[in-house]
Write a protein that binds this ligand. Sequence first.
Ligand code: GTP
Ligand code: MG
Length: 279
Amino acid sequence: MAPPIQWYPGHVAKAERALKEHLQRVDAVIELRDARIPLASAHPQVAQWLAGKARLLVLNRVDSISATARQEWQDWFRQQGEVVYFTNAQDGTGVANLLKAAQAVGEQITARRQARGMLPRPVRAVTLGFPNVGKSALINRLLRRRAVESANRPGVTRQLRWVRVSDTIELLDTPGILPPVLSDADAAVKLAICDDIAAAAYDAVLVAAIAVDLLQARGAHLIDRYGLAIAPGEIFVAALAQAQYHGDSEKAARKILDDFRKGKLGAIALERPQDFAVR
Ligand SMILES: Nc1nc2c(ncn2[C@@H]2O[C@H](COP(=O)(O)OP(=O)(O)OP(=O)(O)O)[C@@H](O)[C@H]2O)c(=O)[nH]1
Ligand SMILES: [Mg+2]
């Protein structure tokens, strides 16, 4: 991958400082990951931010993976002793179930506070995760109204914002926060493919070439869609550029990435548990 440009933009650094202040007042964390890449989208700083708080782990964009992949990941996380909640924050699938779990966590926290003689107050939870994973969309679904801005590009939420879900729960929406360094290059490329980091931070042609290789290995029907012969990613992107974009590889790359992100190449998980078992 090319050297990242503006990998850690100013607004992220600012948001991270604000988050650290707000975290002291937060009881629970809703960690959002991208169901297409449950491990690559595990934010390396979440453990440090958790610091003993309760956590609910959410794999969002469940509509973008197959039922088989979902089951495999559910089993895999269960083996690690973790409960995962699968959601589609766009149409609301799985959100009622998550809300129930959040309410149960809230009741435990309230009971603990009461036992310590503390004054009653709403339980405060924060949504955390990489940019564009669906944090704001999930908050809107939990509230059943459009309370915070949510749109299809990374970097939409710029400031921390509290919203009240009910008399007993308050939620903090946060901007997607990028770690200062991503040491795992494979994970960084997968985040780029899934649009979970800003487009300015990577070379679309290189990322699309890797996407083609990964998608072909996952059985995506690229030939049907683009009418091109199977080829290694780099050659495939160049061939699409020749065939449809007057040789403009950038445009061809964006088209492939866009098609994948919109689900036009099928519901395909880029990571499956078995990929990691063999390592
Ligand atoms: N298909 C699908 N789209 C989703 C899902 N969840 C969110 N989206 C869409 O993904 C886009 C990004 O959602 P946001 O809620 O803005 O994501 P975010 O994590 O708040 O992003 P930042 O504020 O940029 O960090 C929006 O267009 C959502 O409608 C989902 O489960 N499935
Ligand atoms: Mg947001």
